[in-house]
Ligand binder design. Structure first.
Ligand code: MG
Length: 322
């Protein structure tokens, strides 16, 4: 199943929808017509998915082979929408924890960054983790602000995002798949100058709007092999990254096993699994995003983010970062 968080003029707060073809169904509203009490939030669905899944299956049984817009009880209460007529937020608009990220999980990317940063080009033998703040979360089609007082070296990183569905600690690799709720697309937007200045990933990865996510979460049962998904990123239509999740150094099962060693993973936790080669700062000459650039990040079988870079109207103080 494909789930989104969407808003409309009638319900402006992002809430849970299920997508089929070019339509989205408001899960909470549709459920009410069937006397079901289902969460209207993605996190609520993920946390209580055994019940939520049954409710959604009941809703889909009612739909049968029809389109959502052909089910009168749903259209009467305004539960069925065209996907093109709603606003999509990040699937989890306000995560409870920082987004957990993998650095250097593709060998080619490890090599290209090693040259620029002057460090060993060997692939890492243990995963390098960092996080992005929850306030960096952006919608799949949101604008990303460029403030030259903050950063002049804004870069792109398309990644497969893993959404944890089941709480666990010390999870074995063989059990890891049962802890995955689904998958999404993440652009791990990065201020390279800020990252380098502060000697650590967090700040340069956490600027407001620097974590576009979505457009949906595809449940794990619909992705036959998460290690065979094409990853693409284009800037103004020009391909910059073109790879496949089969090239990951640490598999999703390994990432979950290592992360959860002594550290509990919870439903709704988000893991960005690293980016392939083709980022801007390791190109010759280096390339960074400019106002009005359009960045498209795509994972085949999940969907595409399309974000526009926007000149900030109010600049931060240059002194604040010096
Ligand atoms: Mg990254």
């Amino acid at each position: 199943m494909r789930f989104v968080s969407f808003s409309t003029t009638e319900i402006p707060t992002p809430h849970l929808g299920i997508v089929r073809d070019d339509e989205v169904l408001d899960v909470d509203l549709a459920g009410r017509t069937l006397k079901l009490i289902t969460s209207d939030q993605m996190l609520g669905l993920i946390e209580n998915y055994e019940k939520g899944k049954q409710d959604i299956e009941t809703i889909l049984e009612k739909v049968g082979n029809r389109r959502f817009s052909e089910v009168k009880t749903f259209t009467d209460i305004g539960a069925a929408h065209k996907l093109s007529e709603v606003q999509l937020a990040a699937p989890i608009p306000q995560p409870r924890k920082n987004i957990i990220c993998m650095a250097l999980n593709y060998s080619e990317h490890a090599r290209e960054t090693a040259q620029v940063r002057g460090r060993s080009a060997d692939a890492p033998t243990v995963p390098v983790f960092f996080t992005k703040s929850t306030t960096s979360v952006n919608g799949p089609y949101g604008e990303i602000e460029i403030d030259p007082a903050v950063s002049t070296e804004i870069d792109w990183e398309v990644e497969l995002g893993v959404i944890i569905g089941k709480r666990g600690k010390n999870i074995g690799e063989e059990d890891a798949p049962s802890h995955v709720f689904g998958y999404t697309v993440i652009n791990d937007v990065t201020a390279r100058d800020v990252q380098a200045r502060h000697k650590q990933y967090f700040k340069g990865k956490s600027l407001d709007g620097f974590c576009p996510m979505g457009p949906c979460i595809v449940t794990a049962d619909e992705i036959a092999n998460p290690h065979n998904l094409a990853l693409n990123l284009r800037v103004n239509g020009v391909t910059k990254q073109n790879s496949n999740t089969s090239m990951m150094i640490f598999s999703i099962n390994q990432i979950i096993a290592i992360l959860s060693l002594g550290m509990t993973l919870e439903p709704g936790d988000i893991i960005a699994t690293g980016t392939p080669s083709g980022v801007g700062f390791s190109r010759t000459p280096a390339e960074f995003l400019k106002p009005n650039d359009i960045v498209e990040a795509e994972v085949t079988g999940i969907g595409m983010l399309r974000n526009t870079m926007k000149q900030a109207l109010i600049s931060g103080s240059p002194r604040a970062s010096s």
